[in-house]
Design a protein around this ligand. Structure first.
Ligand code: AMP
Ligand code: ZN
Length: 662
């Protein structure tokens, strides 16, 4: 065997392995053996440049640098596809087809791969050109880059036509995308926002060795050319596979639209199992003869139809960033979007969370952004399409004043959220605060809802929650949708709320960070509002489970003249501003600082037992750890718990022991 023969033999072998590995996903030799052969070939090629071959498998690693991609006309235009979104759309399409062609119609269902379209030209079985779709008539010559994609055969096998174009989609599978991003993050770079854009961006990289490092794949779906000796779409997919192209096996030949719907249904749920992104299904008339009969519209073939899955991620224009004020004065930046269909609904707004988020993603007005609907109800913006950014755009400057009352916003050191500090004068805060006060977990005022509160405020009837207790039936009667009976219920509901226990009133006051649990803790510890109002930060922090953030907020609430004035009014109206003395009767602090684990069956119910511990200042925990002070053991205590308690040296006490302690 001479050198040239040896080189060609190695190239053939490597090509075969490449095909098995990248097109069929069934590798035959180890990566190590593959690399050994590749190295051997590279050495021979280096010594013998006279046998250079642009399609040698050794050139997959790239190295060609393209400064300007040449614009090349497509021999055959690359059309777009008509879109459908429902069963009806598809049935209409089938009806139109039946009118235009003779005889039975068969369809091929394929997946719609979401990446960058590409047209590959082969002559005498060799890749000669790869052109992006561009505007459909002409695109960019990205041959050097495409050569590095392992699933694009550089030399074909079998019985291929002399010259043809084959079209497909270059995709970046999820796994490779994740790997690329992990590497970027490690290098301190921003991760890429989605596989599709990264795939299309990759094709335009100047250095093909950079492209070679990206785990791109090329999935093929259409052959065009003359004298192909193929008569159907399905046959062309099978042929392409034989010649060495990667054609996903999902493609299916069916005889009616009802079968098409089964295909759609199946892949709508199973597409997440695929290694790459798909955004729908493409249905094509199988017979080329019928395809010719049907022809094209100005934009798309009449013989093909895309069915779009309900998008879970879309891109759209961010028109404007506005700011919302919440009940506690927290500012939420909101993205106002150009309306876009997302997962079955029209999306116009998305939350931007906070200033950090805007800065991190570098979101700006006028950007094209990616919007995603995850588990949350409100869609979120997950990234910016930087390719579409206007070069003149400027970084977002976060709003400095409240959009409702123009008070200067504040942001506490170390916190992500901005607040409007004008708690008592800022309209949404006024309404929000009262709505919180009347809510079910707080005062639970029957006959009064959030909308009525807004109405009452807008009609100047109330300005804070204390004003509720001055409301007269005659005042509310003229309000929208208010009748004699409902007005009466409202007034009675307000009156009845005077019996709501202190801890819920405290929660209802809407002190920032004082949630239900904290309110309970504070009510129990301080017993009445005056004691709480008099507490300093240090004293508050000393209370179990009260942190600095809460302490600071409580102190600043009671430091406000207006707060005290309102509280005094609430007292006058007869609201519960101290803990029910009856509740206090069986309470003590004897178990303060002690943690109990309760296990087994007892005389009294477990709930009562736990309440007994808590009423006396103890804490109940679910699992035994070194922090546990006592394990209260009942009958049938779990052996695992018992041995754990013993091994940690924790005292095990009985129900009677516990009762003795209190
Ligand atoms: P659109 O971008 O929505 O106009 O859809 C048309 C594009 O879908 C084509 O340009 C192809 O790049 C792409 N596509 C993905 N999968 C297929 C497929 N199986 N058959 C035809 N086109 C496909
Ligand atoms: Zn404000």
């Amino acid at each position: 065997m001479n050198i040239e023969e040896k080189i060609n033999q190695l190239r053939d072998e490597l090509r075969q392995h490449n095909y098995k590995y990248y097109a069929l996903d069934t590798p035959e030799i180890s990566d190590y053996d593959f690399d050994k052969k590749l190295k051997e070939l590279q050495e021979l090629e280096e010594k013998h440049p006279e046998f250079y071959d642009a399609n040698s498998p050794s050139l997959r690693v790239g190295g060609m640098v393209t400064k300007n991609f040449e614009t090349v006309k497509h021999d055959t235009r690359m059309y777009s596809l008509a879109n459908s979104y429902s069963q009806e759309d598809l049935e209409d399409w089938e009806k139109r087809i039946k009118k235009l062609v003779e005889g039975e119609v068969e369809y091929v269902c394929e997946l719609k791969y979401d990446g960058a379209s590409i047209s590959l030209t082969y002559e005498n079985g060799e890749l000669v050109r790869a052109i992006t779709r561009g505007d459909g008539t002409q695109g960019d010559d990205v041959t050097h880059n495409v050569r590095t994609i392992r699933s694009v055969p550089l030399k074909l096998k079998g019985d291929f036509p002399e010259k043809f174009d084959i079209r497909g989609e270059i995709v970046l599978p999820y796994a490779g995308f994740a790997q690329m991003n992990a590497a970027r993050v490690e290098d301190g770079e921003e991760p890429y926002s989605n596989p599709r854009n990264t795939a299309s961006g990759s094709l335009k990289l100047q250095d093909s060795s950079e492209v070679a490092r990206r785990p791109l794949e090329c999935l093929l779906y259409t052959i065009v050319g003359e004298n192909l000796d193929i008569s159907t779409q399905f046959e062309s997919l099978e042929k392409a596979r034989e010649w060495g192209f990667k054609v996903p096996e999902a493609a299916k030949l069916v005889e009616s639209t009802s079968k098409t719907l089964d295909f759609i249904k199946y892949w709508d749920t199973h597409r997440h199992d695929l290694p790459y992104e798909t955004d729908g299904v493409v249905i094509k008339v199988n017979s080329f003869e019928q395809q010719t009969e049907l022809g094209f519209t100005a934009k798309a073939p009449r013989w093909a139809m895309a069915y779009k899955f309900k998008a879970e991620q879309v891109s759209t224009l961010l028109k404007k960033i506005t700011y919302q004020v919440g009940r506690t004065g927290a500012i939420t930046p909101v993205a106002n979007l150009k309306a876009v269909q997302l997962a079955g609904t029209v999306v116009k707004r998305a939350s931007l969370h906070n200033a950090d988020q805007i800065e991190k993603l570098d979101i700006r007005e006028g950007d094209t952004v990616f919007v995603e609907k995850g588990g949350e109800i409100i869609p979120k913006i997950i990234g910016v399409d930087f390719e579409k950014r206007d070069p003149n755009s400027e970084p977002t400057e976060y709003r400095k004043t409240c959009p409702e009352c123009e008070t200067e916003l504040v942001r506490t050191e170390g916190e992500a959220i901005h607040y409007c500090p004008n708690a008592l004068g800022c309209p949404p805060q006024i309404i929000g605060r009262i709505q919180h006060f009347i809510s079910r977990r707080a005062m639970d005022i029957e006959g009064l809802g959030g909308e009525t509160v807004a109405l009452l405020v807008k009609n100047d009837l109330i300005h804070n929650y204390a004003d509720l207790y001055e409301l007269k039936k005659e005042q509310v009667l003229p309000l929208e949708r208010m009748a004699e009976k409902s007005a009466e219920n409202l007034i009675n509901g307000i009156k009845a709320s005077k019996n709501v226990p202190f801890e819920r009133v405290l929660f209802g006051l809407g002190i920032r960070y004082v949630g239900e649990t904290v309110a309970k803790k504070l009510a129990k510890h301080y017993k009445n509002i005056d004691a709480l109002a008099a507490a300093g930060e240090e004293e508050l922090v000393a209370v179990d489970e009260i942190g600095e953030r809460i302490a600071e907020s409580v102190v600043s609430f009671f430091a406000q003249e207006k707060s005290l004035e309102i509280i005094n009014r609430l007292k006058d109206y007869g609201l519960q501003l101290e803990i029910d003395p009856e509740l206090l009767e069986n309470q003590s602090e004897t178990l303060a600082g002690k943690t109990f684990v309760v296990s087994g069956v007892f005389e009294m119910s477990r709930t009562d037992l736990k309440k007994l511990i808590e009423d006396n200042g103890g804490k109940v925990s679910g699992s035994i750890s070194s922090k546990t002070s006592y394990v209260v053991a009942g009958e049938n205590m779990g052996p695992a718990k018992l041995s754990k308690a013993e091994s940690l040296g924790i005292s095990i006490i009985s129900e009677a022991d516990l009762l003795g302690m209190v």
